[in-house]
Write a protein of this length. Structure first.
Length: 108
């Protein structure tokens, strides 16, 4: 099971008045894990829920907008890597991340 499906099937999403969203994995009720947090906007969010067919979180609030959030980590990573542009070079890695081993985030 991919992480997004796991969050969808065993998860809880909570939205707040400041536009924040929290996702918890409830697979083990005695040791629930906060898996993600993010901020959508300054508008309050009042409703949220998962779609049944895909790992999509649906939110809505005072801004009168419905937003769809992909919670499938693999799909999100693939999408970011597909649109990020060229891979970071070893020289750039050394310049910006000198204390870390060279491990580019996306496959070439």
């Amino acid at each position: 099971m991919d992480p997004g499906q796991q969050v969808q099937r065993l998860g809880l999403a909570a939205a707040a008045g400041d536009g924040a969203i929290w996702l918890w994995n409830l697979g083990r009720p005695r040791s629930s894990v906060l898996t993600a947090t993010w901020s959508t906007a300054n508008d309050a969010l009042y409703t949220n829920g998962f779609t049944r067919a895909r790992s999509i979180l649906v939110t809505g609030g005072v801004g009168r907008e419905v937003q769809l959030w992909n919670t499938d980590v693999g799909q999100v990573i693939d999408g970011i890597c597909a649109t990020a542009g060229t891979q970071i070079t070893r020289a750039e890695w050394q310049q910006y991340l000198p204390d870390r081993q060279h491990e580019p985030p996306c496959d070439p």
